[in-house]
Write a protein that binds this ligand. Structure first.
Ligand SMILES: Cc1cc2nc3c(=O)[nH]c(=O)nc-3n(C[C@H](O)[C@H](O)[C@H](O)COP(=O)(O)OP(=O)(O)OC[C@H]3O[C@@H](n4cnc5c(N)ncnc54)[C@H](O)[C@@H]3O)c2cc1C
Length: 436
């Protein structure tokens, strides 16, 4: 059928926003990218998602899928196509308090999830920002504030409700459609549209939150001592390091989160970090987990933060790696360099358990150009670092291509991801392509 957008299916009445609709201005873009889609569909159920996919097929419009709209590549919008925006699907329910099983819809933001679960003394480690959507994180990875205690967000997913590109609704778990569950945990974007996830949350109310500022020497010894400290740290400790260079001085701004509300445990856990370099400033508090992904983060997306970002995983912080990271931060044309501690629970699953095989690496390094459109600066800074990396995380890549695919899904993982994308989406309706 050759349908046009002026004859939308009855079940989507009022849920298709075209450029002449006053809602369009707030829906056209993502955080990183200004979009000009022909329409944005706002499904309220899995049936609506299937109807939106039918509408795309009937009108011949290209599909973009959006949950929180924080994807760095901006593929949550497009120019001239149909955006399926899952924001209206944002329920968070505790299914079984005893086993801590919760059901989270894909369009919820992590600030909402943290808030809703805090009432039950539960939490899910997701990321560092409350406005990021459930759908993008829970189909790609999820390296959050409690990553070494909890693992990746996808590690705790027990079932996914998916609408496949042909409109079929499937609930995939370990027994029913295990291949679909496998690919949705790490490479979900190319297989189906996740509507909701069943996730095992953790018992958590307050956490230890410390910030330390350290001088970093040009050879990067401070980073090596940080990596060594993290290798021996208890799982309760997860840290993020931001390198910041002013003139000739590079500093590491370290955020440490301890999955405990006991001041003595927090002190004992954070103390070894004080020994890695000259401490310029430090503070520590006990805060509710909700303060780490607060409702204050919520905002509309209008393409306000263009992104040139890439990343790599490191197994060892070798002298070469540490020196290269400091050099990238301190270069005449510097990039923002951020390190996230892995290890702990991220090493528990087998590399073949899901479509995220990186189970021995200890650090994620994210590099971003600022101003954000400065691709050449990012490329120049990353060139000496790239050969030192051991894989990549698909969600911190602003311009994903075949090289990204090979780094994020190396070897047999990539073969299986490609096969499953082909099986579930033979026409390539959802196949990740270049940035919008
Ligand atoms: C400020 C900021 C902070 C971040 N911090 C972290 C962090 O701490 N840890 C971390 O791991 N990541 C972090 N990220 C990266 C984040 O994981 C990705 O950007 C993620 O894709 C965002 O999810 P979203 O739903 O908001 O994105 P969207 O833009 O809505 O989606 C991004 C892509 O994911 C896919 N997708 C989205 N929803 C679905 C769905 N329901 N079903 C199938 N595919 C879907 C689509 O391909 C879509 O194009 C951060 C990003 C930003 C901008």
């Amino acid at each position: 059928m050759n349908r046009t957008l002026s004859t939308v299916p009855t079940e989507l009445a009022g849920k298709v926003v075209t450029p002449d609709d006053r809602r369009y201005r707030l829906l056209r873009s993502t955080y990183t990218t200004i979009g000009r889609p022909a329409a944005v569909v706002l499904p309220e159920s899995a049936d609506d998602v299937a109807a939106a996919l039918r509408l795309a097929r009937d009108t011949g419009l290209r599909v973009a899928v959006r949950s929180g709209g924080h994807g760095l590549s901006g593929r949550g919008t497009n120019h001239g196509g149909l955006v399926i925006d899952l924001t209206a699907l944002h329920r968070v329910d505790v299914l079984d308090r005893g086993s801590r099983l919760v059901r989270v819809e894909a369009g919820a933001r992590w600030a909402h999830v943290a808030q809703a679960l805090a009432r039950h003394g539960l939490a899910i480690s997701s990321g560092d920002h409350g406005n990021v959507g459930v759908g993008g994180i829970a189909t790609g990875g999820g390296i959050g504030w409690l990553v070494r205690q909890y693992g990746l967000t996808i590690d705790r997913i027990r079932a996914v409700e998916v609408v496949l590109p042909d409109g079929t609704a499937v609930r995939a778990d370990a027994d029913v459609e295990p291949d679909l569950l496998w690919v949705m945990r790490g490479a979900g974007a190319g297989a189906g549209i996740a509507v909701a996830f069943e996730i095992e949350a953790m018992e958590l109310r307050d956490v230890g939150y410390a910030q330390l500022v350290m001088a970093v020497d040009p050879t990067g010894e401070t980073l090596r001592r940080w990596a060594d400290t993290m290798a021996h740290a208890p799982r309760e400790l997860s840290t993020a390091v931001m390198l910041s260079t002013q003139g000739a001085t590079t500093a590491a701004v370290i955020t440490a989160v301890v999955a405990s509300d006991s001041p003595s445990v927090i002190r004992r856990t954070v103390e070894p970090l004080l020994g890695i370099g000259d401490v310029m400033a430090q503070q520590a508090h006990v805060v509710p987990y909700t303060e780490l992904v607060p409702m204050l983060h919520l905002h509309a997306n209008s393409g306000q933060m263009r992104s040139s970002t890439t990343n790599g995983l490191f197994t060892d912080m070798t002298p070469d790696a540490a020196r290269a990271l400091v050099a990238a931060s301190a270069a005449p044309a510097p990039v923002l360099v951020q390190l996230r501690s892995l290890g702990g629970a991220t090493h528990d699953p087998s590399p073949s358990a899901m479509a995220f095989p990186h189970r021995h690496q200890n650090t994620l390094v994210v590099a971003s150009a600022f101003p954000p459109d400065d691709h050449p600066t990012l490329a120049a800074a990353w060139t000496p670092i790239a050969p030192l990396t051991d894989g990549a995380y698909v969600n911190f890549e602003s311009d994903p291509d075949e090289v990204t695919f090979a780094r994020a899904y190396p070897g047999p993982t990539g073969t299986r991801v490609a096969e499953l994308w082909e099986r579930y989406d033979p026409d390539g309706v959802l196949r990740p392509g270049p940035r919008a």
